[in-house]
Design a protein around this ligand. Structure first.
Ligand code: ATP
Length: 248
């Protein structure tokens, strides 16, 4: 897997808020088709890292390359184009409550597809994305009519509709019961298989991490402190790694 070129490359990222030095020379590589989990205590900087990757936050120093492009050099239009390749599943789902499922799914197409493309392909794209998440029958429903697990699936379908090369998952199973959480984890794996998408997953849910993570990075003291399979890290004897697992 690691012989391929990285889809996302983060090099020696630093980010401070005042005296709070959150990321310290943090680096990672995400390769095609892999699910990479970022583990770290609350407040360790996982969200800051993701926000730097989607450029909601500017790092103080360091570089981020997405699909070979140095994102600090992209203008707004170029960044928008790149965003079509990088799907983001918000913890809150961020569905529009006043829109039907169909309208929610069509929403990203407005920005990324021409009117002609939408007229030609939107209907089939919505249907395929809903089929992918097993919720074809909800197409004309409102988000309020759906359960938490269903809303998560619809949010995922909306991410999938642009066929991203990478998906960033922010706590994808938080707030769901264990069975629904397991279903979402399975769905994440199915999507990885079907589309060969790479993913960065931030999660505190050990079931989700075990099920979905091909590789795990531990964010400790602002650094990529340890990485390997989840099982490797469980066996790691470093005191800070042990401290993390024992604190769970
Ligand atoms: N915009 C901001 N301004 C100031 N400090 C910030 C800002 N965003 C994040 N921080 C600080 O950066 C640190 C890391 O926050 P972050 O949200 O990345 O943690 P996290 O690892 O995602 O935590 P959790 O697991 O609880 O979501 C925290 O100390 C937080 O207070």
């Amino acid at each position: 897997m690691e012989t391929s070129k990285p889809i996302i490359q983060v090099d020696e990222l630093n980010k401070s808020f005042g005296e709070n030095h959150v990321l310290r020379d943090f680096s990672l590589s995400l390769f095609e088709g892999e699910n990479l989990v970022i583990l770290g205590k609350s407040g360790s900087g996982k969200s800051v890292l993701i926000k730097c990757i989607i450029r909601l936050i500017e790092p103080d120093s360091g570089k981020i390359f997405i699909l070979d492009q140095d994102i600090s050099l992209l203008d707004q239009d170029e960044m928008d184009l790149l965003r079509a390749d990088v799907g983001f599943l918000f913890q809150s789902n961020a569905l529009y409550d006043s829109m039907t499922v169909r309208q929610n799914l069509e929403f990203p197409l407005r920005r990324h597809w021409t009117k002609e493309e939408r007229e030609e392909k939107a209907e089939s794209a919505v249907k395929e994305a809903l089929e992918d998440v097993g919720l074809s029958h909800t197409i004309d429903m409102m988000p309020v009519e759906l359960s938490g697990g269903m809303r998560k699936r619809i949010a995922l379908a909306r991410t999938l509709i642009l066929k991203p090369k990478v998906i960033l998952y922010d706590e994808p199973t938080t707030g769901l019961d264990p069975i629904t959480g397991r279903e979402i984890s399975e769905l994440m794996n199915n999507i990885q298989k079907k589309y060969n998408t790479a993913a960065i997953i931030i999660s505190h849910d050990m079931n989700c991490i075990r099920m979905t993570g091909n590789r795990v990075i531990m964010l400790i003291d602002g650094k990529n402190y340890a990485e390997g399979s989840f099982e490797d890290l469980l066996k790691n004897t470093d005191p800070k790694v042990r401290d993390f697992f024992e604190g769970l």
